[in-house]
Design a protein around this ligand. Structure first.
Ligand code: FAD
Length: 423
């Protein structure tokens, strides 16, 4: 190991040094790079975008005479649902800070609006709640959290989330105006329909952990801080290099990109599952069938200054502002309150799943991202990925889609860690 890595402690004492290629530099690829580097291997990282994927959609905006930078998407975590993420950030000395999780919900059809805040102090909230709708929603949420804690402990949760809610008599209003938007426009970023199809146990467990006293956190200096710390473990960093094909031969694996060919001992494919078939066309049909079975939904995220996305009265503006209509739900994050260190007063927003287009002159940027769809059928696919990664092929797969749970930074990290343990 060169002096650059002198302070790193190898995870295991493997002596054979492999040439490893990692395709994709989301957090899964970056974490896999670190893990293999810590084992003493030589790591080459391919990324088709100009900068490492985890921070590739960050944005810059000139406002109030200041140039400010933010993440797209603005990601959060806590120690309960994201233990490996928190551990990694601590290991890398990455600073993080609490997010004020004040929320406002508005349903266009009924005209109902109410505030909410995490973590929930049930006794206080239920005691002092005023305003139409506040108490009934909170009471249902409290009942759901209590029921779920009992059912999860007894291992009696089965079926999908919509079935669980209906079986326990939760109102349609509670799901449509509060619960589904809260989950679909933040932590899961998917359609409201996909929330209903999630395995109930996964969402109920996540809700317990998100509502914990730990609250929610964000990395103080954004994803670029995480990326810089992880890229330091890469020997050969090849951004702006789209891999076209990965072919496994008897001695080595050939990675082709933009007219050049490189040979590696092992390749870690850390792209989305739906990119694998095009990249590795010669993989056995059963493996490609598994990869093609992971479904994705598009998620639009827009950064803008269009105040029409916020509650009508400024006194109601919160960090997270949810709106539901017959077309679905969206969440507008008031970035000035999310990034408490931003030295600007002009309001800047990030809307997840906008139900309408912000005025063009207010748009800073807008991207279409994808998120894996999780259903009760996903377990079979997660088991299949485990079997594939334990097989003889020297091409392995990781990414947020590949392990049980909501596809988050945590699952992406876990999938990278599993490669070390199956190695
Ligand atoms: C709107 C939104 C909000 C979210 N909020 C949160 C949050 O608050 N907390 C949280 O934990 N998670 C959040 N997530 C989820 C989290 O961002 C993802 O789970 C995670 O980033 C996935 O990481 P990954 O490494 O698996 O994949 P990706 O980040 O998708 O990385 C795959 C990489 O592979 C590259 N690639 C693909 N094909 C090629 C090729 N042929 N050659 C070279 N490179 C290639 C891509 O460019 C990309 O950089 C959010 C997601 C969205 C969409």
């Amino acid at each position: 190991m060169g002096s650059k890595y002198a302070n790193l402690i190898p995870i295991c004492s493997e002596t054979f040094v492999s040439k490893i290629a990692i395709i994709g530099s989301g957090i899964a690829g970056l974490a896999a790079a670190r893990n293999f580097k810590l084992q003493g291997h030589h790591v080459t990282l391919f990324e088709k975008q100009a900068t490492p994927g985890m921070a590739a959609h960050g944005f810059e905006i000139h406002v109030d005479g200041q140039q400010i930078r933010g993440d797209l998407p603005s990601r959060m975590f806590n120690r309960e649902l994201w233990p490996n993420v928190a551990r990694l950030y601590d290991d890398l000395n990455i600073g993080y800070e609490k997010v004020a999780a004040k929320q406002h919900f508005f349903d266009r059809a009924s005209g109902r609006a109410f505030p909410f805040e995490l973590p929930v102090d049930w006794r206080m909230k239920l005691g002092v709640a005023t305003g139409l709708g506040t108490s009934p929603m909170l009471k249902q949420l409290q009942r759901l959290q209590q029921q779920a804690a009992k059912d999860l402990a007894n291992g009696t949760v089965s079926g999908d989330f919509a079935q669980y809610l209906s079986h326990h008599g939760f109102s349609e209003e509670f799901s449509r105006e509060f619960l589904f938007p809260a989950l679909s426009a933040t932590v899961c970023t998917c359609s409201d329909q996909a929330i209903g199809q999630y395995p109930a146990a996964i969402l109920l467990d996540a809700m317990q952990k998100i509502a914990s006293d730990d609250g929610l956190w964000r990395v103080s200096n954004g994803s670029t801080a995480v990326v810089s710390a992880l890229v330091a473990y890469v020997d050969d960093d090849r951004c702006s290099t789209e891999v076209n094909s990965i072919l496994e031969g008897t001695d080595a694996i050939t990675v082709s990109s933009g007219g050049s060919e490189d040979r590696f001992d092992r390749v870690i494919v850390a792209t989305q599952a739906n990119h694998v078939a095009a990249l590795c066309p010669t993989l056995p049909k059963d493996i490609l069938a598994v990869m093609n079975s992971f479904e994705y939904e598009d998620v639009v995220v827009a950064v803008h200054t269009d105040q029409r996305f916020m509650p009508e009265h400024k006194r109601d503006w919160s960090v997270f502002n949810f709106e539901t209509s017959s077309a679905g739900s969206m969440c507008t994050v008031w970035l000035n309150k999310f990034h408490t260190q931003w030295p600007v007063v002009t309001p800047v927003f990030q809307t997840i799943k906008p139900l309408a287009d912000p005025s063009p002159e207010t748009v800073v940027c807008s991207v279409n991202l994808q998120r894996p769809v999780v259903t009760t059928a996903s377990k079979g696919l997660w088991d299949a990925i485990d079997r594939i990664n334990q097989g003889d092929s020297r091409i392995k797969f990781c990414g947020a889609y590949a392990v049980p749970g909501i596809p988050l930074l945590e699952s992406a990290l876990l999938s990278a860690h599993r490669l070390i343990h199956t190695d």
